[in-house]
Write a protein that binds this ligand. Structure first.
Ligand code: SF4
Length: 464
């Protein structure tokens, strides 16, 4: 008798579920690409996409992502009962909705970014770009590279030779009858190994045919990639995060195993949706690639990416390249001994012209030679390397920007993997995991926005 009479009385004015309801009601779902869900059982009506979208946003926000658990919540969870007005879709309907509308979830993520932009939740001054691996539905044992397949085949051939030799010996010992238990076991092992070798050979041939570097059997789109010190099979998640409130502006899922080359394609859509002419972008040294840095500048982005310390000079403990000063007026390098290195040789790096600078006369008698080279030192410069000089000057003027990068990107990745428990995908295939991550990024932003502004202010904004 003391219980409230209406379901609505159980859902407080500051309950996030009210915002989910209002936000989805204001979206143009057919423009976003959602299609009406067909009825799955005779006599039942189809479900409006808005209801199932609300269910998914609620579920991801509350760490309930599987269709079976979402179905369960629609029966027992008062917030879901309120949100769906007592509708109870079965798990197949729920799963089909996510699969059939996988391309449309990205639009919902972007609509929420636009809302947050209107609410000044983005500072629109600094973007931090970073990538992480999220585990795929593919065990490491079900992923093969060319090298691992070649190793397997080599080892299988050696074992086959060994088995065949032992089989011959067994035949001799058993008087050539070949029907002893030992011979029989060996014959079975040989057959099993031959079949396995055949499967590996077929996979290797497939890699040769497609030009791919690896093959995953459970989720063919996933790839083995490194994350910190461990290698696992997953997808590479790229995000561009605005530094003001650590909210995601752009997100993308790829199966490229390294971050190099992904800076502009992640940051440029973020700049566009934030509607700014120019914006600072910071990323770690894994993104350092001269063509990408140049593309950033052309796209209205001001990149800050530290140069990785690599190359034979660094390995040998010799003077690093940044200890040589380039003089653009004279087109020469000044080395640590004060000598002038002039252009001497022209070559290529990828499609870029590369010029080697040296001073063969000065090096042999140089007192610093043991710290510089074993012979004559050469310093290479690419045709568009002025772009890297400008970036080095910017980083020198703003050393704090790298610390800001770390704290900006750590928050979303840490929250998504730890607090939101979304460090592994549930679905297979690139298009499906893209839909999943659009929902994950959306609810990360949603929770940030609700924490900062509160439910009622967000409701007013969405309805205003
Ligand atoms: S070894 Fe050559 S390049 Fe190196 S510091 Fe001496 S003169 Fe300069």
């Amino acid at each position: 008798m003391l219980l409230p009479e209406a379901v609505d009385d159980y859902v407080g004015a500051d309950n996030p579920v009210r915002f989910i309801d209002a936000f989805v009601d204001e979206l143009d779902l057919s423009a976003a690409g959602f299609v009406r869900v067909a009825a799955k059982a005779t006599g039942r009506p189809g479900y409006a996409p808005a209801d199932l979208l609300k269910l998914y946003i609620y579920g991801y926000l509350n760490r309930v992502r599987s269709s079976r658990r979402l179905e369960l919540e629609s029966h027992r969870n008062i917030e879901v009962i309120w949100l769906l007005r007592s509708l109870k879709p079965d798990f197949k309907t729920i799963a089909d909705f996510r699969r059939d509308n996988r391309a449309a979830f990205r639009s919902v993520f972007r609509e929420f970014v636009l809302l947050c932009r209107r609410l000044d939740l983005y500072g629109r001054e600094l973007l931090a770009v970073d990538g992480t691996r999220i585990k795929a539905v593919n065990n490491k044992d079900r992923n093969f590279t060319r090298n691992s397949l070649q190793d397997f085949i080599r080892a299988a051939d050696e074992r086959l030779d060994d088995y065949l030799r032992r089989l011959d010996e067994g035949d001799i010992e058993e008087g050539g009858t070949g029907d002893g238990a030992r011979t029989k076991n060996l014959a079975e092992m040989i057959e099993a190994l031959r079949q396995k070798r055949g499967r590996y050979g077929a996979m290797l041939a497939e890699l040769e045919r497609t030009g791919e570097s690896q093959i995953s059997l459970t989720d063919p789109d996933s790839r083995a990639m490194a994350a910190h010190t461990k290698v696992g099979v997953g997808y590479n998640i790229q995000i561009a995060v605005d530094a003001k409130n650590k909210m995601i502006v752009e997100q993308a899922v790829t199966n490229q195993v390294v971050d190099m080359g992904l800076l502009t394609q992640t940051a440029e859509p973020a700049r566009a949706i934030l509607d700014v002419e120019n914006i600072d972008v910071v990323a770690d040294r894994g993104y350092f690639k001269i063509e990408d840095i140049e593309a950033c500048e052309k796209a209205g982005l001001t990149p800050h990416v530290p140069k990785p310390q690599r190359g034979s000079s660094v390995r040998n403990g010799f003077f690093r390249k940044d200890e040589f000063r380039y003089d653009p007026d004279q087109d020469v390098y000044i080395c640590p001994a004060g000598e002038t290195l002039s252009p001497h040789h022209e070559g290529k790096l990828r499609d870029l012209k590369k010029i080697d600078y040296s001073n063969p006369a000065a090096c042999p008698a140089c007192p610093l030679r043991s710290r510089c080279t074993t012979d004559r030192r050469r310093v290479s410069r690419l045709e568009n390397e002025a772009v890297l000089d400008r970036m080095a000057a910017r980083l020198k003027a703003r050393p704090d920007i790298l610390a800001r990068r770390r704290e900006t990107v750590e928050h979303p990745f840490g929250s998504i993997k730890q607090w939101m428990n979304q460090g592994a995908f549930l679905m297979k295939g690139l298009d499906n995991v893209r839909a999943e991550f659009s929902l994950t990024a959306l609810v990360y932003n949603l929770r940030r926005a609700l924490n900062i502004l509160g439910v009622e202010a967000m409701m007013a904004a969405v309805r205003g």
